[in-house]
Design a protein. Structure first.
Length: 159
């Protein structure tokens, strides 16, 4: 375990459906796992452009799983298209940083990554993050999942 006990790398996933494209940090597939944030970090070979085919299903899955699908889907289509425009130009997209129970944020970073941050039930963050990971697996985008990697939240847990 590292400093705050937040990272335990587990590279083997058991079961017939165990994908080789995902590596999990900390215990996985635990129904009672609690996390404030779930971080999906892509393999070094993955570029922003690589996310273009997976982005629409990923974004819609996020809205569906977090029960944040608005009645007016036209707004969602505009948001998706704005994000896709950035991805096509190999730039970091905006994600979903709106007022709500959960956010899908693409941080300013040198890596291709995003995280799901929840202000409500911590069990839901883990579930939603794993659902998004499954979408990415369908598109064969190699990534790792880490939990509670936000510095501000990690500091609060230590005190």
């Amino acid at each position: 375990m590292e400093a705050a006990g937040l990272r335990v790398t587990r590279r083997e996933i058991q079961g017939a459906a165990a994908p080789s494209s995902v590596k999990y940090d900390m215990a996985h597939a635990n129904g009672s796992m609690r996390a404030r944030s779930g971080h999906i970090k892509f393999d070094k070979k993955v570029r922003w452009k690589s996310l273009v085919p997976a982005f629409r299903p990923l974004f819609l899955k996020f809205l569906e799983e977090t029960q944040q699908v608005p009645e007016d889907m036209e707004n969602v289509d505009v948001l998706i298209e704005e994000n896709l425009r950035d991805l096509r130009n190999n730039r970091k997209p905006e994600g979903y940083n709106r007022e709500g129970i959960m956010r899908m944020i693409f941080p300013i970073s040198n890596r291709v990554e995003f995280y799901v941050y929840g202000r409500g039930k911590t069990i839901e963050v883990a579930r939603v993050t794993e659902q998004l990971s499954r979408v990415l697996q369908k598109y064969r985008l190699k990534h790792t999942i880490e939990w509670d990697q936000l510095k501000l939240l990690a500091d609060k847990k230590e005190t």
